[in-house]
Ligand binder design. Structure first.
Ligand SMILES: [Zn+2]
Length: 463
């Protein structure tokens, strides 16, 4: 069996594969505006059926999931591929150099809304199945595909869908290709995400804004109320003082700490990219803070007069928005409870509103399957992958690790500057083909790993 045949077949079908991608790209599927989503689900189902993937459309309380499977042997390794077929709204449209839903190639890149996020990556995975089947005759493992229709609308019904279909979705590994590759052009292997809790605090003073002289010292200032509360929540070194905030944080393993030390880090380059020239830390601290530690961030603070010149008032209201990025195994429900308890104790009249949350996730880098996937990605790209224990940001990865109880890995195929969510979203034509190749390598490496474990299993049975 030769993976060279896979590469040759992809080369000979470049135009055909591109046309299939273009067909999917032309079909709008803007979940936030409810434009074309159902039509796109139908089209995707048709395309998957044509490849021999047994596909159906499954309803949720929102937009449907397109579910497909190739089941060869109930005892074989089962890979679940997750992606999404919905896209962000294209606005502002006049900033696009070519119409957002007419795929156009310029300088080796396909420009279209949704090409990087996530249709190009999703089609790479589907077309890998076709390629692999056509080269080798069959897929050596079981594959399940879950393509969601509302990822760009916060995956509102994904957790419920996974809860309701645990048995159907049971698998040995969840594999996602979404987001950009590392900025060095190296492939990423991401093992988790930070979660989030978003809260809003409102402090009130008088019924309306008052004169700061005529009523000064008489009417309380709600901005000070919030600042006084904040001082009880965090010390000058940034440590959160809310009781129990750090209790459930899982200690990183030796391997994870080792990985962090080896990640590429260029302080000046990062400082420039974030617009903060005073950045002063080494790579180890950078990645520890970014991937293994929670944050306690003030996202917005509004009170009183912020316009030009001066206005002498005591504001009647102050509003604070905070997002806390959480790491495994902090639970947003638990952290919210602890947060409320703290506010009740120090400022009982401040109102709390919970605006959103997501659980964190992490798959252990020590698992054999992670080594298998990393090896496949390395061999496919002929480059050392950047293995990162967690993304700094948040994705609903917990539905796999916490609800399905399955390891999960994210291997993005899009270029670093894919401009997803922005005008002129793009994906390199070669990123698309490389994605097809990489998925074939992953299927192949997993099947080799599986047959190895099967042999061990048989030996055990023989005993
Ligand atoms: Zn997106």
């Amino acid at each position: 069996m030769s993976l060279t045949q896979v590469e040759n077949l992809i080369s000979s079908r470049k135009e055909q594969y591109l046309n299939q991608l273009f067909r999917l790209l032309k079909q709008k599927s803007i979940s936030a505006q409810d434009v074309g989503v159902r039509e796109c689900a139908n089209l995707l189902k048709e395309m998957m059926d044509n490849i021999g993937i047994n596909t159906r459309i499954m309803e949720t309380a929102g937009h449907p999931v397109v579910y497909g499977e190739i089941m060869n042997d109930p005892n074989a390794f089962t890979l679940l591929i997750y992606g999404h077929y919905d896209v962000q709204p294209p606005e502002p449209i006049d900033e696009w150099l070519s119409p957002p839903f007419e795929p156009t190639i310029r300088d080796g890149k396909i420009y279209c809304r949704g090409v990087g996020d996530n249709k190009g990556q999703l089609m790479s995975q589907i077309l890998a199945i076709k390629t692999y089947k056509d080269v080798f005759g069959e897929i050596p493992i079981n594959i399940k595909l879950v393509f969601e229709g509302e990822e760009e609308s916060a995956s509102a019904n994904l957790a419920e869908f996974v809860k309701e279909n645990k048995e159907l979705l049971a698998c040995d590994l969840v594999y996602t290709s979404d987001g950009p590759m590392h900025d060095s052009g190296s492939p990423f292997v991401l093992l988790g995400v930070r979660g989030m809790l978003y809260v809003e605090l409102t402090a009130k003073g008088a019924e309306w804004d008052n004169h700061s002289g005529n009523k000064g010292n008489i009417v309380p200032n709600p901005a000070w109320k919030l600042i006084d509360l904040l001082r009880t929540m965090r010390d000058e070194n940034g440590r959160v003082l809310i009781e129990g905030f750090y209790d459930d944080i899982r200690q990183p393993t030796e391997k994870e700490l080792q990985i962090i030390k080896e990640l590429p880090f260029n302080q000046d380059d990062i400082a420039e990219k974030i617009g903060y020239s005073k950045l002063d830390m080494d790579g180890e601290m950078y990645y520890r803070k970014l991937t293994l530690e929670p944050t306690f961030n003030i996202a917005g603070f509004t009170s009183g007069y912020g316009g030009e010149g001066s206005k002498t008032i005591i504001p009647s209201k102050a509003v604070l928005k905070m997002d806390m990025r959480l790491v495994v195994d902090q639970d947003p429900d638990d952290i919210y409870e602890k947060f409320c308890k703290h506010v009740k104790k120090f400022a009982p009249d401040i109102e709390i509103k919970r605006l959103g949350d997501m659980k964190p996730s992490r798959t252990s880098a020590d698992q054999e399957i992670i080594r298998v996937v990393t090896r496949a990605v390395r061999n496919s790209f002929q480059k050392e992958p950047v293995l990162q224990p967690s993304l700094g940001g948040s994705l609903p990865d917990y539905v796999w690790t916490k609800i399905l109880n399955t390891p999960s890995v994210v291997v993005p195929y899009a270029n670093f500057d894919e401009a997803n969510h922005s005008p002129n979203e793009n994906m390199g034509v070669n990123n698309f083909y490389d994605g097809i190749k990489c998925t074939c390598y992953v299927i192949n490496e997993i099947s080799r790993f599986y047959s190895k474990t099967k042999i061990q299993h048989n030996v055990e049975l023989a005993d």
